[in-house]
Design a protein around this ligand. Structure first.
Ligand code: PMP
Length: 286
């Protein structure tokens, strides 16, 4: 089926949606993005993604392409037009097309480019990997210093995903100054006893929308939450480990750099956190 995608106010067949070669998203990776999951035809944590998009745009002095209400309407229309039950909506805003290449930002006469498309993933929440868990390797974190802004500069995360593939594992965890920052496209956690440990928020990591929800649910379930960096050695000695992201939700991690975490199988706490997250988020979906 040909997808219907969104480009600057229009709904078009994917083959007809065209962006200029001078668009700064293409030439400079001068763009930000969001990925919102769809379960049962409804949007998961849409307000959280909208708020982070606004923050990313603000941090880059980029104009908002439209109101949050318009974004919500466009998300819903894409779900309807593409008949999505489970999947994701990808949204990207770039600084637009100044008609030439220049390092300096263009003035306000250049309007942002707004692109959205659906990714159909039937059974997204029933990913069999949640039963077996991911294996990860650690790789040096050589990304830039504003990882809190969700930019489309994803070359190094792509390289790290290829390093994971070459090592025949599922993902890479970035390590900087001897401690884990985050995964290629997710936040990283370990569990020790009744305590969840995950890196504190700063410019060093993306402020995950799933992270915020999971930490809230963990606290409500009487778990202790400690926000601080941890090492690979600490992860290898933890009882359980996991990652979170908008499309993987809560995904167990059972091995780090070839060493089993805990029993080497998916533990009870992470299983419970995934269940709580999916249940609560389905309930609040719009
Ligand atoms: N860190 C990075 C580097 C990411 O790319 C992502 C996913 N976009 C996350 C964390 C998780 O964020 P979220 O829960 O909002 O998907």
């Amino acid at each position: 089926m040909t997808r219907t995608v969104y480009l600057n106010g229009d709904y078009l067949p994917e083959t007809e949606a065209k962006v200029s070669i001078f668009d700064r998203g293409f030439l400079m990776a001068d763009g930000v993005y969001e990925v919102t999951s769809v379960l049962d035809g409804k949007l998961i944590d849409f307000d959280g993604h909208c708020a982070r998009l606004a923050r990313s745009l603000r941090e880059l002095d980029m104009a908002a392409p439209c109101s949050d209400a318009d974004l919500l309407a466009a998300h819903r229309e894409l779900v309807r037009l593409n008949d999505i039950t489970d999947g994701m909506i990808y949204l990207q805003v770039t600084r637009g097309n100044p008609g030439d290449r220049d390092f300096a930002y263009p003035g306000p006469e250049v309007t942002p480019t707004l692109v959205m498309f659906t990714q159909d993933k039937p059974g997204l929440a029933d990913n069999p990997a949640a039963k077996t868990g991911w294996r990860v390797i650690s790789v040096p974190d050589v990304r830039w210093g504003r990882r809190d802004i969700k930019t489309t500069q994803l070359l190094y995360p792509s390289m790290a995903k290829m390093m994971a593939k070459a090592a025949k594992v599922d993902d890479s965890w970035f390590v900087e100054d001897g401690v884990v920052t985050e995964g290629t496209s997710n936040n990283a956690y370990i569990i020790k006893g009744n305590r969840i440990i995950t890196r504190h928020l700063s410019n060093d990591i993306l402020h995950g929308i799933t992270r915020a929800a999971v930490l809230r649910f963990a606290a409500e379930a009487q778990m202790e939450v400690e926000e601080r960096p941890f090492t690979v050695a600490e992860a290898q000695k933890a009882d359980e480990a996991f990652i979170t992201s908008a499309s993987a939700f809560v995904m167990p991690v059972v091995e780090v750099d070839g060493v089993a975490v805990g029993s080497g199988t998916v533990g009870a706490t992470v299983t419970r956190l995934r269940e709580i997250y999916l249940e609560e988020m389905r309930r609040a979906a719009i």
